[in-house]
Design a protein around this ligand. Structure first.
Ligand SMILES: [Zn+2]
Length: 490
């Protein structure tokens, strides 16, 4: 058997210390020789938080496409090989064995689907971790948010105070914002009426556009006016002056949610929007026949595509079958959990190692700056040189500090995420059976997207990473078949 080997370091610290790539290569070479696998080519990528490019990974893919006799990739660990699902798909298309040497796992085309699922989870988790890290690195803006300062252009009703880097109520518009809230809280004003009022009062958005109904809705939902704001999904307590009180805001939210009544059609026809016609791609919609039977049919032109109708009960069973495909069994869930736990350990170790390297660099930089300052004072280096070097070091010091902060904050919650996904997958079928139609649809939306129906058969599309789990278990529903010739009663 022939293979290629691939090594990657994901932070410049590891490269600086010079141990990581050679260590990976050494491990892979030993494994290859132990298993009598011939190495055709080596590929190595060095990545920094700033440069996400992976030139060698691309070259490896190109190489593999030209080498049909190459049967495997050897790599240290899952997170060395993939950065995202796209990488995974690209490799999945090549008919290769993947050897994760340190994890002791070999994935082939016909690996058991649970192996693949676990693998998929790890890919997702590795990506999650990397995303998290790079996000944390460039989070200067979030730092600002954490101090209670809105890090962006002021929303309507506020203006930016450039001196104090904060926002202050717009003297011309703040009162009008307050008026919008007060009026809406009474329940006697509609969004349209408020939009008209805003227009006549000259309330413009920051793009100088007249605020429309949607704009009013956004204003009324924005907690920034009572002193909190949401930045990148997190809620912060602002240090800026509030325009309205929290109670008024809450009153408005109550009116907003009370005004939203679910349309009867979405209630009674639970599966609308969950399934499309597999023949023409049109939506499938429901109607009631004989006053009580709910039938779903294609909305294409007069059913010209030739698809059959399906009764709600039959569709319900088809969906239940789709969920049964991802039931993996409690034993397997436990296996995967322990595998995830060990991968969490790996990432904790990575964090510790990187932190140590960064701290070392931080100390060295500080020492360089201090020494050079002494040299400048006693005249052994010129002021020019001092300025140039110290600026350089200070800049690096800032980067090092940011990276340290990033490591500290990077979330290791992938374990919890993984477990949640597994448990949802495992329990979906059972919990589906006991629910009413609306709840069923809600559960289906978590797991499926864009399923199609063709003459009695449902072709479910699973969301990631449930797709991996359903893969292999070829989906055939006998119950679906039985119903395939049914026509609705006239
Ligand atoms: Zn159709």
């Amino acid at each position: 058997m022939k293979c290629v080997i691939y090594a990657r370091v994901s932070s410049k610290e590891q490269e600086r210390e010079g141990f990581s790539i050679p260590a990976q290569i050494k491990l892979l070479k030993r494994y290859a020789s132990d298993n009598r696998i011939r190495i055709l080519e080596e590929f190595q990528d060095v990545e920094t938080a700033k440069q996400a490019g992976r030139a060698q990974f691309g070259k490896m893919l190109a190489f593999l496409k030209k080498q049909p006799d190459c049967g495997a990739i050897l790599v240290e660990k899952t997170d060395r090989l993939y950065r995202n699902i796209k990488d995974w798909v690209a490799l999945d298309e090549l008919d290769l064995e993947l050897h994760f040497v340190k994890e002791g796992q070999v994935l082939t085309k016909d690996s058991r689907s649970t192996d693949k699922f676990m693998h998929g989870i790890r890919v997702l988790m590795a990506k999650n971790y990397c995303d998290n890290l790079s996000e944390e690195v460039k989070k200067g803006l979030s730092e600002k948010a954490a101090q209670g300062k809105w890090p962006h252009r002021a929303p309507v009703g506020y203006v930016n105070d450039k001196v104090n880097h904060t926002i202050v109520p717009d003297p011309k518009k703040a009162n009008l914002i307050k008026e919008l809230f007060s009026k809406y809280a009474t329940g006697n004003w509609s969004l349209e009426q408020l939009a008209a009022l805003a227009k006549t009062s000259g309330l413009f958005s920051r793009n100088s556009q007249v605020i429309n109904k949607a704009g009013i809705h956004r204003v009324l939902k924005n907690p920034i006016y009572y002193g909190e704001f949401i930045w990148k999904g997190k809620r912060y307590s602002g240090s800026h002056e509030a325009i309205i009180g929290k109670r008024l805001f809450n009153d408005v939210q109550a009116v907003l949610s009370g005004g939203r009544t679910p349309t009867p059609s979405s209630n009674s026809f639970a599966f609308s929007g969950l399934v499309k016609c597999g023949l023409c791609g049109c939506a499938m919609t429901a109607e009631i026949k004989k006053g009580k039977y709910v039938y779903y049919h294609c909305t294409g032109y007069r059913g010209k595509c030739g698809n059959t109708y399906v009764r709600q009960e039959a569709l319900d069973e088809l969906f239940a079958d789709a969920l049964a495909q991802i039931r993996i069994g409690t034993d397997v869930v436990e296996d995967i959990k322990s595998a995830l736990k060990s991968s969490k350990k790996d990432q904790l170790a990575h964090r510790e190692q990187s932190t140590k390297a960064l701290r070392g660099r931080q100390t060295r930089l500080q020492k360089l700056i201090d020494n050079a300052y002494e040299d400048k004072l006693d005249g052994s280096i010129t002021t020019d040189l001092w300025t140039r070097k110290s600026t350089e070091w200070q800049d690096e010091l800032i980067t090092v500090r940011q990276e340290l902060a990033a490591l500290e904050h990077a979330s290791l919650s992938y374990f919890e995420t993984g477990v949640r996904i597994l448990e949802l997958a495992n329990s979906a079928y059972d919990s589906y059976l006991g629910r009413d139609a609306t709840d069923k649809a809600q559960l289906l939306r978590k797991i499926l997207s864009n399923s199609t129906f063709t003459r009695g058969t449902l072709y479910p599309t699973y969301k990631k990473p449930f797709d991996i789990l359903a893969e292999g278990a070829s989906f055939k529903s006998k119950r679906g078949r039985r119903d395939s010739n049914s026509r609705p009663p006239a």
